[in-house]
Design a protein around this ligand. Structure first.
Ligand code: AMP
Length: 286
């Protein structure tokens, strides 16, 4: 008998809470307890494995789980032969090379001969080797940013989102090695052998991510404004236009990019639009 499909998700750390929110927004009902490693989803035939984000690539490669949510950086560091099914739009960060303020290094090439502390030794080693820059990689599990102060390294390769931790530790960014966000990843065998189930999970999660980037707009408008409004809010195919009981008036419905709402509202008002509603979209499957 085929076992229930397993989705490995971070049990703590920066990706934990946004991942749980994504799963719940996709309609999965589950309870997470502090102790349980494995939890059955109540309303869907799916098992969640709560594990460390950086163990997830290896668990997928070993076939312990078919699907996983982890960071692109961790995939590049530990993953081999895994497929990214979707970018999830959170956990955004950059892996950057940085040096102490006093060090004279303005570009990556200036790192030649440096000892570089990092918790991403594989990515870092590959990056400098590809550019023929001779460096010594010093692998550390954490607190990479203090390594230069302790004279364990001359430079660091570390994850940043705002960069404030580096600044606080007197480090200046010199270059970006990798951009990262959370991704849905699959074991390649699962993609071929269990494609329908894998697709179902990927579709549900991708639909949430797509919905977050859009808004559903409804407004009442004079019939004669419809053509111009359709140019402003063309929607997925074209706006839905429904007659109102009051002659000469219609309701216009459309989907717009969340980032565009701010800009289109004044134009719609100027064309006579009123009673405008802007709604969030739970899931969107184009
Ligand atoms: P954890 O070590 O469990 O907190 O997870 C770290 C993962 O969260 C990283 O591998 C990245 O994919 C992601 N992440 C997002 N923003 C940051 C950040 N500012 N610093 C470190 N990791 C981040």
């Amino acid at each position: 008998m085929t076992r229930t499909l397993r989705l490995a998700v971070p049990n703590k750390g920066r990706l934990e809470s946004d991942t749980a929110t994504l799963l719940r927004d996709a309609g999965l009902v589950f309870e997470k307890t502090e102790r349980a490693l494995s939890v059955s989803v109540h309303n869907v035939d799916l098992e969640l494995l709560f594990v460390r984000a950086d163990d997830i690539p290896e668990m997928l490669a070993d076939g312990v789980a078919e699907l996983g949510v982890t960071g692109q950086d961790l995939l590049a560091e530990h993953g081999n032969g895994l497929s990214v099914l979707a970018e999830l739009g959170y956990g955004r960060c950059r892996l950057v090379a940085a040096v102490p303020r006093a060090t004279e290094a303005s570009k990556i090439e200036d790192f030649a001969g440096f000892r570089i502390a990092t918790s991403h030794p594989n990515i870092t080693g590959r990056f400098f080797a590809e550019r023929d820059i001779n460096v010594t990689v010093v692998p550390l599990k954490g607190s990479v940013e203090v390594a230069p102060k302790l004279d364990v390294a001359d430079a660091v390769v570390d994850l940043v989102s705002t960069g404030s931790t580096l600044l606080v530790n007197g480090l200046i960014q010199v270059g970006t090695i990798l951009e990262s966000q959370a991704v849905l990843v699959a074991n390649p065998d699962a993609i071929t052998l269990r494609s329908a189930e894998v697709d179902q999970v990927a579709t549900a999660l991708t639909a949430v991510v797509a919905g977050r980037g859009k808004r559903y707009l409804l407004l009442n408008a004079p019939q004669e404004a419809v053509e111009k409004m359709a140019d402003i809010i063309p929607g997925m195919e074209s706006p839905t236009v429904v007659p109102l009981a009051e002659a000469g008036w219609v309701a216009v419905h459309s989907v717009v990019d969340a980032d565009d709402v701010w800009n289109v509202l004044p134009d719609l008002k100027a064309l006579g639009g009123r009673d405008i509603l802007v709604l969030r979209i739970q899931q969107l499957i184009a």
